[in-house]
Design a binder for this molecule. Structure first.
Ligand SMILES: NC(=O)c1ccc[n+]([C@@H]2O[C@H](COP(=O)([O-])OP(=O)(O)OC[C@H]3O[C@@H](n4cnc5c(N)ncnc54)[C@H](O)[C@@H]3O)[C@@H](O)[C@H]2O)c1
Ligand SMILES: [Zn+2]
Length: 352
């Protein structure tokens, strides 16, 4: 088991049950509630129950899916917290992917002005990315993660064994964030990930730890995203817009699938604005299209996409903000690109 400390809290990776039990004993919570969805109830809850000794555990179950990362679901959760008579000394355990982690943390942090929560991420994306860094929230008014706050969990417990039941598409989605970590901060990781063609025989623990450490280093340097943390947004300015648009359609994309599109477009912008070489752009595009296929984007949707980008939290004023690469493993922040150039990057993706 590996312990990684991030400021005031610890992240445990591997056989998490002993440190989890220790934490529960140490804090002696008045009540413990586990937030689950139908999939984590089915696939993950029994491991938690059989490996911990929690008396009088309570469950709150919500319906899975990004469309439920909403204020309506928060209403359901907060009401259940009242029905279950949680007080400020209670604990919420978020057992699930990024949706449960972001929204469960948000509900816990706002209920009665805030109670403790811990993250037990059960998807690859949440294990390498969303469960650490303290960003919590929900989608609102068609804009992803537009309502939320920064608040750290009491601890994060990452059990890669949960990935065994995760659908292949979800593995693929989380893998996009690992590719991003390599591209922005560690060329060796990018080289290693690039060699992975099938996910069957991957030793996830050995890939999750270095990926997590990249995010940890960046978050530690800039917890509130004033500067270097923006590096983690590579692929996300365009990716979030693609994701938001898809969310409104009948064929929503997984977060990582949208970010994969964003990384290709933003690598193209990097060639124009940040000296990324054409050959690296080709390499990134080829790998991502091979792994993720092509998402159908229509020229008629470009203005909608650009409008969504204008709503991005990362912008300052009217300009649309990007993180761009100068080479694999090196990213720089606060680039602005005009609408014509952004449209051009989308066109580049379409013609691949
Ligand atoms: N807070 C952050 O810093 C941050 C960073 C990146 C992404 N996010 C957010 O994370 C969310 C995406 O997270 P996600 O990709 O984990 O999606 P998700 O939470 O929707 O989970 C994906 C699906 O997998 C199911 N599932 C979860 N664990 C499982 C398991 N072990 N076996 C079988 N099925 C399982 C879930 O029920 C769900 O259907 C987005 O809302 C995104 O905005 C947040
Ligand atoms: Zn992301």
């Amino acid at each position: 088991m590996e312990k990684i400390s991030l400021g005031e809290y610890d992240i445990f990776v591997g056989d998490i049950w002993e440190p989890l039990n220790d934490l529960l004993v140490e804090f002696n919570y008045s009540k413990i509630v586990v937030l689950i969805d139908e999939n984590t109830r089915h696939h993950c809850l029994s491991a938690l129950l059989s490996n911990t000794d929690i008396e009088n555990l309570k469950l709150i179950e919500i319906t899975s899916g990004e469309v439920h990362k909403s204020i309506e679901t928060c209403n359901v959760i907060w009401k259940q917290m009242i029905v279950k008579q949680l007080d400020r000394n209670a604990l919420v355990i978020n057992l699930g992917g990024g949706v449960i982690g972001d929204m469960g943390g948000f509900c816990a942090s706002t209920f009665k002005r805030g109670m403790d929560f811990i993250q037990i991420p059960t998807t690859l994306l949440s294990q390498v990315d969303s469960s650490i860094g303290g960003k919590l929230g929900i989608d609102f008014g068609d804009v992803k993660n537009s309502i939320g706050l920064f608040k750290n969990p009491k601890a994060v417990f990452i059990y890669p064994g949960f990935l065994k039941t995760l659908p292949a598409a979800e593995i693929q989605s989380g893998f996009a964030e690992m590719i991003k970590h390599g591209l922005i901060a560690d060329t060796e990781i990018w080289e290693e990930l690039k060699m992975i063609n099938d996910f069957e025989n991957v030793n996830w623990t050995s890939l999750i730890i270095p990926s997590l450490k990249i995010k940890k280093r960046i978050v530690e340097a800039d917890p509130f995203e004033k500067n270097v943390r923006k590096k983690l947004n590579f692929g996300h300015t365009i990716g979030h817009a693609v994701e938001s648009l898809a969310l409104q359609s009948k064929q929503p994309l997984l977060h990582g699938e949208a970010i994969a599109v964003g990384m290709v477009c933003e690598a193209w912008l990097s060639v124009k604005n940040s000296n990324l070489s054409e050959s690296v752009l080709d390499e990134i595009s080829e790998y991502i299209v091979k792994k993720y296929g092509k998402v159908s984007l229509k020229e008629s949707a470009f203005s909608n996409l650009i409008d969504l980008m204008k709503n991005d939290k990362k912008n300052e004023g009217a300009a649309i903000n990007f993180t761009l690469l100068s080479q694999p493993g090196k990213a720089s922040i606060n680039h602005t690109c005009d609408e014509k150039m952004i449209a051009e990057s989308l066109r580049y993706y379409i013609q691949l």
